[in-house]
Design a protein around this ligand. Sequence first.
Ligand code: ASP
Length: 570
Amino acid sequence: MYRTHNCGELSLKDIGKKVILSGWIQKIRNLGSLFFIDIRDYFGITQLIIYKKSVKKNISLGKEFIIQVKGKVVERLSKNYNIPTGEIEILVYHIDLLNSSLSPPFTIENQTDGNEEIRMIYRYLDIRRNPIKNNLMIRHNLALETRNFLSKNGFLEIETPVLINYTPEGARSFVVPSRTSPNKFYALAQSPQLFKQLLMIGGIDKYFQIVKCFRDEDSRSDRQIEFTQIDCEMSFVEVHDVLVFFEYFIKHIFKKIKNIQLNSFPCISYSEAIKMYGTDSPDIRFDMTFVELNDLVKREKINLLKTQELVIGIKIQKCHNIHDNDQINFFLKKIENKNFFWIKCLSNQTLPSSNINFLNEKNLKIFVKYFKALPGDLLFFSYGKKRKTREELGKIRLKIADFLNLKNSKTFQPLWITDLPLLEWEEQSKKYKSVHHPFTSPKEEDLHLLEKYPKNIRSKSYDLIINGIEIGSGSIRIHNKNIQNIIFKHLGLSQKEIEHRFGFFIKAFEYGVPPHGGIAFGLDRLVNLLEGNKNIKNFIAFPKNNYGKDIMTNAPSFLEKDKLKELHIR
Ligand code: ASP
């Protein structure tokens, strides 16, 4: 028997018990005739007290050695109330070495001196640390709650293939050469999109899957090339049904995992989001919505501004701790926009930024009055072409929020963004591209634009944004063959390509497709957000680095010539 108890469970109630513990040595303190050891396992840490005479002479011990000890639970003289076992220790009378260890390359404690790279190379050692282990436990709980909740609500978990035929879905796919079919390739599924739709055609009412997806995109610190989605689809639903149900789901998850009761999720359209926040994923933990000033600057005939396509501003209240130009310029230093200025309201004057010699004192007062700004308030303005002006003020809004510490990671403010455009024009390829994916349904009221003005069509799509992060996205799907064909054509696919890539799918459209729709949530992102949104890699057992490499196993790597030959790659 390796153990009678684990290293996290003994306490004062166990005093006097004879116990056996096994675990890794976290710390050794040698006091001459006796030494103290902190022994660690998955469950916790227990202090051992060992008199040298009771240890076999030939045992030498070090950090991360695995030992088994037999001893008696005794009360500790100097208690450590920070850990559950901190009031007792084990008086050891027998110790066995189960395995030795090299000296670890970084400290295996809550606070570590290991940088990200070294922790990735020795990920198994990193997982021994509480912060990473706890993250994996939270991830497990999230997945478990998801499964239970969706199952209870009539969703069936169904696995769909990972090795599929290449289908243009939005991102680039990873491809896998086939050994048995020379010169042919599988693609790794970017998502189960088509299969979950086929399940609806197959009469499954509600489907879900916690599923690995693969996208050959440039990695970023918050994006992995393989990631996990909570993927869902429902039959006979409209946008409203999906939003209501999945708001209920997200609220349930927050309650169960964080004991947080979320308020109702506001719902705004894509175009409203762009107008109000300059982005389709706004962080609404803080207000600062854009105010459009074109009418004002025209009415007041304000120089330079009155001729701009767009002039917008935001008010930030109570910035008493921001005093001068230098401070403001410092936190805005990475903002490229030259078409912006700010005004600080002091009790006795209005202090403008140095780049607005085109505004006089009277103009400044007009803005102050319009915004009803009080002493301490700051006003920021951006002007120029619509899109850039909004984007730039959106960035400034986030910078200010950082500077004023308004991004409280313990507050969660979800919102739905709906009615995203169906298509966007790509200048480089001179083609339309789906904003969501090619299977997203246009809104009925915009169908008349389908042939001639595809760019203006709004889609039945929705994103769930929490604290400025896209946590989920989905849509109601096209279930009409003709519409699906027109969309494929807008995307630049020829009849032959449609047949080649999507023939099976179009064929299924001949057999009674129910109206259906769904959504997918990023599980890695969601768990990272729940725990303070610090680093997505901390919630993935074996993540890739920011360049898409696994620096522990060294993937990707070269293949031997004979392997390549077998795969028909010269
Ligand atoms: N398949 C979509 C995605 O991965 C989600 C959906 O539309 O349900 O983004």
